[in-house]
Design a protein around this ligand. Structure first.
Ligand SMILES: C[S@@+](CC[C@H](N)C(=O)[O-])C[C@H]1O[C@@H](n2cnc3c(N)ncnc32)[C@H](O)[C@@H]1O
Length: 516
C-alpha cells in the first residue's frame, strides 16, 4: 500500500515554478563543469520525484513540447490538481503518477533528467533511500539529476526553530495549518519575551518575522513532517554515490559554480590550492554560510574538456544581454560578495549580444571578437551569465520588435494560468518555447495581460481596476493599502502603461505573446 511515511498529506503544498529545474539550467551547469549534458534536440525524458502541485513540471512541459514529462507524488490532492492543469493547458506530454517512491510503476522507463526538489530534507531516511533507488533505476546513461536540500552550516542557528514549531504543534489538536498557526504564535511569544535562545541568536529572532510573512501551507510542509534534516554537501554526495551511483557535477544558481564569486578575497588563496571539488564546496558553504543547495549529479557523464568538444556537444544554447540598460562597470551582488565587471571584452560582448541572441560559436566568430582567444570569450560569456549580465536560452530569442496592435497568448497552458492565477497574490510564470523555460510575471501584470488579450486595449486600465476591486487583493503602496479611489485609478493606469511599454515587448521577444 502507498504511504507518505510521516510526510504531511492533510494540506496541499503551494504551487511554484523554479527555473533551476529546467533542463536548460541543468544542461548549462553540466557544460560549465566540463561534463557532456544529454542532447535534447530530438526530444528528451524528464522525471520529477515528489512533484507537489507540479507547477515546474507543467510549465516546463509547456515550454518543451518535444520533451516527455513524468511527475510522481504520493499525495492524491497534488496529483489530481496536476491532472486538472494538464487538461486545462491541453498538455500532451505529461504523465502524472500517484504513488509513493517505493511503488513507482516499472514501465515509466529511463530519463535524461530527474529532479528531486523539496524532498530530501523533509522525509525519513527510509524514504530518502527509496527515492534514490528510483533515481538509480530510472536515470539514463549520461543523465543528470537535480537535488535540493536544506544545507549546513546556514541552517545551524535556525534548527531549534523547527524543533520548537514541531514539538509545540504536536501537542495541539486539529488540522496541520491550525496547529502550525498556534505553534507560530507560541514562537512569537517566547521571542518577544526574550527567551535566552533568541537573545543569544538575534538572527533567529529576526527569522521569526520572516515566517509570519509566509503562506501557512508552505510552513506546514517545511516544518511539520516527522523527519527534517539539514545536510552538508559532502553527506549528500556520499548518499548519491553509495545509493544511486551518481557523481557530483555542479550546482545552481550558476554563480555558485564560481567559488571566487561566492567567497571574499581573503579566502581565495585557500581555494586556489584545493583541487578536490567537494572540499571546495564544503569550504565555500562555510565562507558563504550556505542554507540551501541545488546540486546536480550525473550518471557517469562523458567529460567535455575542450572548447571544441563544447562547441560540438552544446552549441544549441543561445546567449543575450539579460536586460536593457546594462553598462560597465557592472556590479553583481551575489550574497556574500559584490563582483565588478569591466573591460573591453565585456564592452564588446554587451554590443554583440545587445540586439540578438547568439550561439557561442557565432559569438566567437563575430567581427567584434576577432583577436580575442576563443577560450577567453567562452570564459567571459560564462562569467557574464553567472553574474546575470547575460541570459542563456535553449534556442534563438527574437530581437526587439514592435508589439502588434492586437496580441494573443497562443499557448493554452499560459492562457489557463492567466485565467486562474491573475491577482492570486503570487507570481505567475508563463512558458516560453523559445527559451525552454518559464518567465515570472507579477500576478498584477498577469491580470493586465489577461484583460489585454481577452478584450483589447480600449479602456484597459479601467477594466483592470474593476477587476482588482472585485478580487479582494489589496493594492499596496509603500507597504500600505491604497483606498482612495482616485489614487488607485492613477496607480493602476501607471502600471498598465509600464506593462505596455516594458513588459509586453519582452513577452513578445519570448514568443509568449504573438500577433492575434
Ligand atoms: C515540498 S513538496 C515539493 C514539491 C515540488 N517538488 C515543488 O517543487 O513544488 C514535496 C513533495 O514530496 C511528496 N512526497 C513526500 N513523501 C513522498 C513519498 N514517500 N512518495 C512520493 N511522494 C512523496 C509530497 O507529497 C510533496 O508533494
Amino acid at each position: 500500500m502507498d504511504s507518505a511515511e510521516g510526510y504531511v498529506t492533510d494540506v496541499s503544498y503551494i504551487a511554484g515554478f523554479y527555473p533551476n529545474m529546467a533542463p536548460l539550467a541543468m544542461r548549462y551547469v553540466a557544460a560549465l563543469n566540463k561534463v557532456t549534458p544529454p542532447q535534447v534536440g530530438k526530444g528528451f525524458r524528464y522525471l520529477e520525484l515528489g512533484c507537489g502541485l507540479g507547477r515546474s513540471l507543467t510549465t516546463l512541459a509547456a515550454a518543451n513540447p518535444h520533451g516527455d514529462f513524468v511527475g510522481v507524488d504520493v499525495n492524491p490532492l497534488h496529483t489530481a490538481a496536476i491532472e486538472k492543469d494538464v487538461a486545462a493547458g491541453k498538455l500532451k506530454n505529461v504523465r502524472v503518477v500517484n504513488a509513493d517512491f517505493a511503488h513507482v510503476p516499472r514501465d515509466i522507463g529511463k530519463f535524461d533528467f530527474i529532479t528531486i526538489h523539496g524532498v530530501l530534507s523533509w522525509v525519513t531516511a527510509n524514504v530518502r533511500e527509496q527515492v534514490l533507488q528510483v533515481a538509480k533505476k530510472h536515470i539514463a546513461p549520461g543523465g543528470l539529476l537535480l537535488v535540493s536540500y536544506n544545507a549546513m552550516p546556514g541552517w545551524a542557528h535556525l534548527q531549534p526553530i523547527r524543533a520548537i514549531l514541531r514539538q509545540y504543534a504536536q501537542l495541539r489538536q486539529g488540522a496541520s495549518p491550525q496547529r502550525l498557526r498556534e505553534a507560530l504564535a507560541y514562537l512569537v511569544f517566547i521571542r518577544d519575551k526574550q527567551a535566552k535562545y533568541f537573545e543569544d541568536n538575534p538572527r533567529a529572532a529576526a527569522y521569526v518575522d520572516s515566517l509570519l510573512q509566509q503562506d501557512v501551507n508552505y510552513l506546514v510542509h517545511e516544518y511539520l513532517h516527522e523527519d527534517w534534516k539539514c545536510f552538508y554537501v559532502a553527506e549528500v554526495a556520499e548518499m548519491m554515490s553509495a545509493s544511486a551511483n551518481l557523481g557530483f557535477v555542479g550546482s545552481l544558481p550558476v554563480f555558485t559554480n564560481f567559488w571566487d564569486l561566492c567567497v571574499r578575497p581573503e579566502f581565495h588563496e585557500l581555494f586556489r590550492t584545493t583541487s578536490n571539488r567537494l572540499v571546495t564546496e564544503s569550504h565555500k558553504d562555510f565562507c558563504a554560510n550556505t542554507a540551501f543547495r541545488w546540486d546536480i549529479y550525473g550518471n557517469n557523464p562523458k567529460p567535455m574538456v575542450t572548447l571544441a568538444e563544447r562547441l560540438k556537444e552544446v552549441d544549441d544554447f543561445h546567449y543575450r544581454v539579460a536586460r536593457k540598460g546594462i553598462t560597465l562597470p557592472y556590479q553583481a551582488n551575489l550574497g556574500v560578495v559584490t563582483s565588478t565587471v569591466q573591460g573591453a571584452l565585456y564592452q564588446a560582448l554587451l554590443g554583440v549580444l545587445g540586439d540578438r541572441s547568439m550561439r557561442l560559436s557565432e559569438i566567437i566568430a563575430s567581427d567584434e571578437m576577432k583577436g580575442t582567444p576563443a577560450e577567453e570569450v567562452m570564459r567571459a560569456v560564462d562569467a557574464g551569465v553567472a553574474m546575470a549580465m547575460f541570459d542563456v536560452t535553449s534556442g534563438p530569442v527574437a530581437t526587439a520588435t514592435a508589439v502588434p496592435a492586437k496580441v494573443q497568448v497562443s499557448n493554452a497552458f499560459n492562457r489557463a494560468l492567466m485565467a486562474t492565477e491573475s491577482l492570486g497574490g503570487r507570481a505567475v510564470s508563463l512558458a516560453s518555447e523559445a527559451t525552454g523555460t518559464g518567465h515570472a510575471l507579477s500576478d498584477f501584470d498577469a491580470a493586465i495581460l489577461h484583460e489585454l488579450v481577452e478584450r483589447g486595449r480600449d479602456g484597459l486600465a479601467d477594466r483592470v481596476e474593476t477587476r482588482l476591486s472585485g478580487s479582494g487583493r489589496s493594492l499596496l503602496q509603500n507597504g500600505q493599502p491604497v483606498v482612495d479611489a482616485a489614487a488607485r485609478k492613477e496607480i493602476v493606469a501607471k502600471a498598465v502603461d509600464a506593462f505596455l511599454t516594458t513588459t509586453l515587448p519582452l513577452l513578445g521577444q519570448l514568443g509568449i505573446v504573438t500577433q492575434a
